[in-house]
Design a binder for this molecule. Structure first.
Ligand SMILES: Nc1ncnc2c1ncn2[C@@H]1O[C@H](COP(=O)(O)OP(=O)(O)O)[C@@H](O)[C@H]1O
Ligand SMILES: [Mg+2]
Length: 148
């Protein structure tokens, strides 16, 4: 399925994040692509908010990957399971191998986790085919294509 969004303001990014959280059950990979400033981190912040993450989500550029506790996921069956949002910025990875060294395969194959990867095209070679691809573009307007 494919869906296109035109984001005129932050409220519309928030709405899109809500739509996408509605698709999630746990175990998904969200592959975000798009240039610097196209809105990837902003989207991730709204996604985290919608998942009930209490901490402030900041760009993981300097630590490569951050982990947050998910407090709510509507469709989850067992509410007692501890779920985590992992937020990775692949921009500064020198190679896909470095992503594997971070333990990414184990993280994204666990249905307890939701993994968001900014600059996912940098590690396209190792990304599982089953993923939600979200392409941000910023030309005359902010346009986002979601493939899931
Ligand atoms: N839908 C939007 N409407 C207006 N400004 C936005 C929107 N989405 C993001 N921005 C702004 O664009 C800037 C860059 O966004 P950011 O999410 O950091 O981009 P990226 O992570 O892709 O580099 C930020 O100042 C952010 O507030
Ligand atoms: Mg960013």
């Amino acid at each position: 399925m494919r869906k296109i969004y035109f984001l005129k303001n932050l409220a519309q990014t928030e709405k899109m994040a809500k739509d996408i959280v509605g698709l999630l059950r746990g175990g998904e990979i969200l592959a975000l692509v798009g240039d610097l400033g196209s809105g990837k981190t902003t989207f991730t912040q709204f996604l985290a908010k919608e998942l009930g993450v209490k901490e402030n989500v900041t760009s993981p550029t300097f630590v490569l990957m951050k982990k947050y506790k998910i407090e709510k996921l509507r469709k989850q069956k067992n509410k007692k399971i501890k779920r985590y949002l992992y937020h990775l910025d692949a921009y500064r990875l020198s190679s896909p191998d470095e992503a594997l060294d971070l333990g990414l395969e184990e993280i994204w194959s666990d249905p307890k986790n939701i993994t968001v990867i900014e600059w996912a095209d940098r590690i396209a070679d190792i990304l599982p085919e089953k993923r939600i691809e979200i392409a941000f573009s910023l030309e005359k307007e902010r346009k986002v294509m979601v493939n899931f």
